[in-house]
Design a protein. Sequence first.
Lengths: 57, 580, 184
Amino acid sequence: MAEQPKTDSPAAPLERIPFMQRVLDNPFLLLFAGVVVPAVIYILWGVMEISQIPLVK
Amino acid sequence: MTTAVAETGMIGALATKFRICPATGLRVDLAAERLIKANAVAAVVFLAIGGGFGLLVALTRWPAVHLLSSDLFYLALTAHGLDVLLMWIIFFEMAVLYFASAVILSSRIAAPRWGWVGFVLMIVGALMTNVAVLQGDSSVMFTSYVPMQARPHFYLGLILFAVGALIGCFIFLGTLVIAKEEKTYEGSIPLVTFGALTACIIAVFTIASGAIILIPTFLWSVGYIGHIDSLMYKLVWWAMGHSSQQINVSAHVAIWYLIAAVTVGAKPLSEKVSRTAFLLYILFLQLAAAHHMLVEPGLSSEWKIVNTSYMMYLAVLGSMIHGMTVPGSIEAAQRKSGFTRGVFEWLRKAPWGNPAFAGMFLSLVMFGFLGGISGVVLGTEQLNIMMHNTLYVPGHFHATVVAGTTLAFMAVTYLVVPLIFQREIVWPKLAKIQPYLFGIGASGISLFMMGAGTLGVARRHWDITFPALDVTLPYGYSPAASLMMGLNGLSAILAATGGVLYVAIVVASILFGKKVDASNAVAALGPMPKKVVHDAVAKYGDAGTWHLPGTYVLVGLFFTTFILYYFVNWKYLSELWPMQ
Amino acid sequence: MAIHPPQSRVWWKEPIAKAELVWIGVAFLWGLIMFFMMIYWHIYGQQNLSTQVGRIDPAVFEQRTNDFAEKFKVREEGDTGIPVVKPPAGGDAYMLARTYEWWPVLELEKGKSYKLHISSLDLQHGFSLQPINMNIQVHPGLEHVVTITPTEAGIYGVVCNEYCGLGHHVMTGRIYVVDSGQGG
Ligand code: HEM
Ligand SMILES: [Cu+2]
Ligand SMILES: [Cu+2]
């Protein structure tokens, strides 16, 4: 690669990666969230409403 | 060709062949490269076909021309929607996914054989659906709302196409895993790859929704299922239909960052902010499928408001962040390169003669100003009453998916041809004007269709003059509507010219372009501002990077337009008949 | 660059420039304003889509529309044979959609409210009232009851703006609005 990322100086103990950065570095966790959120808020909620439309007297 | 082909030992039996890209130093897996080429070529072919149908449609909707008969018009409109919105965009996105994983991470691609299986499925599916449409009894529009019925192979083709695309998504994810295991990069994936990951995640949801609805619909068309509820169909169909537009948004934002990086050496201003903006996309962007359900009977206002606002406009927040950080990173890079005079020297001296940069910047501006603002207005629950199913809707999405996504994809092609096909762009002078032609044409069709929509003109409508001979209860739109449709036709000719030029340049470059090697690799990427490509901009997050007056002005202008247009529409709404 | 991994290993802790934070704050607030604008309009605005909806057998809806037309018919529309129906002010009105017509023609009084029942007998259609540009989706099997109050006398067109087949562009209807106490 043209430009290697510089890691922090090797002597210092490596700093712990913050929680949010670990979340953003985890593609499968993101995949899970990205499928579940719309599946619940949009599809599931919507399907429930449509199936509960009352009959006209 | 002087490209070094290296064989790596670490992969063992399945020796993967790589070459080193002379322009960027990236290691390119040749198997990935072939897949990228195949998908990109298929994409361009479908753009050519679908764009042709688009021109026919636009010329028919121009009352003075009224080109096609009604049957052919509805056929052409169905084919147009399918070929451009699904085939062109999704084939290209497959190429983007492979590029953003294997190439950018210098990794071997996961399961290239499956990549070919996916590709063949997509081709077969695309052809099958096109055949169904051209046979003439499946003019159901690409939305194919039940209970209107198409021939079974119309749906089957779409299902095969979707399965193929799903395979591509899994290959992308698999390649991320391989690259991480084999340590082809250190730390976190690059921002462009993260944007592609966002697109991939949304694609998985999109395709899953498509399967949930298209498989039963296929079974219904062959008679195994008796009834499909029209509202239920529409709800789930749009979880596919609209989410697939969100794949486009994520993909073209990633491409904006990519082109800014390659042409002016821009760095993200803040990894944290840009990635958080993508996270907002992952979580909330897909809810906007509700934009199509706002005047539907049978859904509560609570459902409509929460979904149409992407959970309190959090995904719009994401877009507004990218809308600042992309031009901001360009301004920062340009200022570092010495273009510091005044507020806008960085912009004036940007590489406007480079079609990749020009296309990217036009895409950014038009997507934001035309597509973004009109999208939020259209997606406001009550305002939608004045716009639903009028030409305002296609007007809006030609700003997003044509002026935004398509133009960004065209722009990146001017980098993909030298980097992946290893050919120089032929006819550089024509290439230089191509993004302007297409961009102006595309913003014309979107503005004039929006204008006609504001006057009430229906979308997907063969004859807005309602001749008394055919129509029992004729109605006349205001004469301005015909004017809008005429201007729309003229813009369509402009856009189509830009489209033809693009296809011709790409095909000619791939076939006859001068080969690219170490000697001309950087030059082949088009004109750049002086001393850029490897110019290291100071670290992002740097306070020094953040004197960006030009970007503030642009963003301020955008925000003012947004607020004014938004409230003007509420005023129009208040003049409608009261209803509850 | 955006095509390389972030430069520092821990990028989450990098400071965010003030100007960027300001913009994020402004954009977030604007989002909230737009969100609450929709809710505000539900409480104080006059134009909100009714959520009074029920499932109905299309044959039943057709029957009710026929009965309605028979009861309140005031004349016929030219030589088309289509009845022009004038419901009592404040009462129920019916309009059905089928390929390719909106039926019957209605005559309403300005300033009076009507409960308009709309539904489709076959496919989806789009109720597009012109030139005021009010658009509502119509589904088969779903009856939607919308209370409307015409504000100006005139002849209004109903255009179908959901593609409903090869005759979609000939599918029109009509609503007359007359000053109170007139017409008939
Ligand atoms: C030469 C360029 C293009 C022209 C002149 C053009 C023109 C048009 C016109 C006039 C309509 C008809 C609107 C209506 O009657 O309802 C339309 C519909 C549409 N266009 Fe395009 N368009 C172009 C390119 C594109 C591209 C590149 C895309 C997608 C990436 C696209 C996506 C669509 C879609 C999805 C529809 C809606 C089809 C439907 O209602 O079923 N168009 N276009
Ligand atoms: Cu219709
Ligand atoms: Cu129709």
